[in-house]
Design a protein around this ligand. Sequence first.
Ligand code: KIV
Ligand code: ZN
Length: 389
Amino acid sequence: MPDTSKRIYIFDTTLRDGEQSPGVSLNVEEKLKIAHQLARLGVDVIEAGFPIASPGDFEAVRAIAREVEGPVIAGLARINDRDIDRAWEALQEAKRPRIHVFIATSDIHLKHKLRMTREEVLAAVRQGVARAKSYCRDVEFSPEDASRSDIDFLCQVLAAAIASGATVLNIPDTVGYATPAEFGHLIAELRRRVPGIEQVQISVHCHNDLGLAVANSLAAIENGALQVEGAINGIGERAGNTALEELVMALYTRRDYYGCHTGIVTEEIYRTSKLVSSLTGMPVQYNKAIVGKNAFAHEAGIHQDGVLKERTTYEIMNPTMIGLVQSNIVLGKHSGRHALRSRLEELGFKLNEAELDKAFARFKELADRKKEISDRDLEAIVEHEVKQI
Ligand code: KIV
Ligand code: ZN
């Protein structure tokens, strides 16, 4: 048995960064539904929203803080008094509240967006983290655009956040620019260089602009990060955030390699993905890992035959692990007799060899015209054609 004693904490930002996906807007009731499902999924932290952003966001954070038990409930705030006060107002009824404060640290953001000097940013971090701490024991600090920041300045800012009371330091790859080796190295360097960092939890928050968010998060875990932020179905700003279902299943499936476990109830993954997709109106791409329609579907005859003989020939995860009832054998023109017989048996048809020959011939004719053969088609073949012989 591999040693999986290291616990990785899952911070879900579907309702905050995920809701920042272009075109997505959830109302309070929808956010509550998702938050309850995230609690059933077993996430450790729910980032319920950005209370200063709008009255709707404020109400949603307040309702989730009141109602949803189990996970820590976090609210986002820029590092200024108004944002922090508003975040606390929304969070104060939570059993386990967390204020999440952020400010950018890269020169590009300081110069063009914040128009602040490094000294001013450092002072704001000291002041803002201390103010959040005066309300709440649990304070997370994020240096936005950390992966493009000067590392000496980043270390100074992080040390100031720790000294002012931060309990979690979250390192964002805000624009999805880092590569896995580079991001892993950044985490290792911060652990080596920032005074007091061993007293706090290191978290990472990766964006998927180059399709590397999950890989970068895994590299960070290998270098000591204990919390990973992400969203269900990988939704979020631009190309999205770390897809939590992918990260969790990578850690589980390769626990022999990573030596970690999470508190996620993996059987709730599929249900959660469906709920988020239907309430946000964002479809999940067919070939998306873990939760896509084709993720456990086998079309080629050789693959179908293999899976029917022994699932692990072509499946590295058991689909029941994510809450799917069974793997999805897609019947099409490449499917063989074995797959057809097996599906017909699942549908309740027991055919003799002659009947199966006839059904198979009709099935192949139809499959030349239709990409996927549905259960309805099979029933029609058997009931109207095969059983006539
Ligand atoms: O991407 C980012 O930097 C963020 C921060 C607010 C954590 O979403
Ligand atoms: Zn983000």
